[in-house]
Design a protein around this ligand. Structure first.
Ligand code: UDP
Length: 331
């Protein structure tokens, strides 16, 4: 599969973010030529340090939700476009709600037109959040979701749903070669330590022997996929012909309560921390677990990294950056 990317010209929006930068690393390994567009509102140029040394990465700091950014691309031809740009953590999108809905709506619209006019294959990173607080469990791609259209998460989940609509509507009228993945909770090195997500929070709290903040009673669940597995899914989806035009759930199917996760983090870090129960955020989904049978059948792939192994790698990462961090605010 690697050879299918060699010498290809590839655009990655959001390439300086957590998942985006791991994708860029992997594309550079295949000797692809990668252009990254990122406005750095939640991404960090530092994430691309290693990839940029290859000489194969061209970085553009710009906002893809502005038409002038697309015009500046001119007639440049990309074989493949990965559209990952968007704040993705609840804190990231709630702090940047307008930037979030514009990149997923206007950004997706402009990039779709650009991909159509230049003949690029297009992959949109959608999210498990399109299922909202799901009433069906585990979530299959056929499920339409349970989303609050005026809630505090709407800037993210409604705009990702809008993005999905843009792709599918466009493909009904034009011969549009697109891929659509719904990414479930993902973790690993380079997660932003200040973005408020549960794994960075708990790991940083545990390694500094502070209380671990579990929201509510900790019975809510999530299923966590290590970032290298996620990137493998992205590559396979992009090159597969069978995944054209249909949503694919990508993630790890093992489900944990937040309380079990907190206990696991304490064990793996040998921490003396205790667990403290704090307020549950508004509209926080109760249960989330992907049904990955479609991905398994069409891509022949299942995640390889267990939560224990992935957490150990993530803990090592946070141990290396923790001493350089200023005081973190936990919510
Ligand atoms: N959470 C928690 N403690 C924290 C941060 C988050 O218990 O310090 C909970 C959060 O309320 C949610 C789950 O962990 O139920 C996952 O939250 P995260 O922000 O990582 O991502 P989400 O899946 O909600 O997008």
């Amino acid at each position: 599969m690697e050879k299918l990317f060699t010498n290809k010209s590839i655009l990655v929006t959001g390439g300086a973010g957590f998942i985006g930068s791991h994708l860029v690393d992997r594309l550079v390994q295949t000797k692809a030529k990668v252009t990254v567009i990122d406005n750095l509102i939640t991404g960090h140029r530092e994430n691309l340090k290693a990839a940029e040394k290859s000489g194969l990465v061209n970085f553009i700091q710009a906002d893809i939700s502005l038409p002038e950014t697309i015009s500046a691309l001119g007639t440049a031809h990309y074989d493949l476009i990965f559209h990952l740009a968007s704040p993705a953590s609840p804190r990231g999108y709630m702090d940047n709600p307008i930037e979030t809905y514009t990149v997923n709506s206007f950004g997706t619209h402009y990039l779709t037109r650009y991909a159509l006019s230049t003949g690029a294959r297009f992959l949109f990173a959608s999210t498990s959040e399109v299922y909202g607080d799901p009433l069906e469990h585990p979530q299959r791609e056929e499920y339409w979701g349970n989303v609050n259209p005026i809630g505090i998460r709407a800037c993210y989940d409604v705009s990702k749903r809008f993005g999905e609509m843009v792709l599918t509507t466009t493909a009904r009228r034009f011969d549009f070669d697109f891929r659509l993945v719904r990414i479930f909770n993902t973790y690993g090195p380079r997660m932003d330590p200040k973005d408020g997500r549960v794994i960075p929070n708990l790991v940083l709290q545990a390694i500094s022997n502070q209380p671990l903040t579990v929201h509510g009673d900790g019975t809510q669940t999530r299923s966590f996929c290590y970032v290298s597995d996620l990137v493998e899914y992205l590559l396979r989806t992009m090159v597969s012909l069978e995944t054209r035009g249909i949503p694919i759930n990508i993630g790890h199917p093992e489900e944990y309560t937040m309380l079990a996760l907190a206990k696991k983090v304490i064990d793996l870090t040998d921490s003396t921390s205790e667990i403290t129960f704090t307020d549950r955020p508004e509209d926080d989904p109760n249960r989330r677990q992907p049904d990955i049978s479609r991905a398994k059948k069409l891509l022949g792939y299942e995640p390889q990294i267990t939560l224990d192994i992935g957490l150990k790698k993530t803990i090592d990462f946070f141990k290396t950056i923790a001493p350089t961090m200023s005081k973190i605010r936990y919510k």
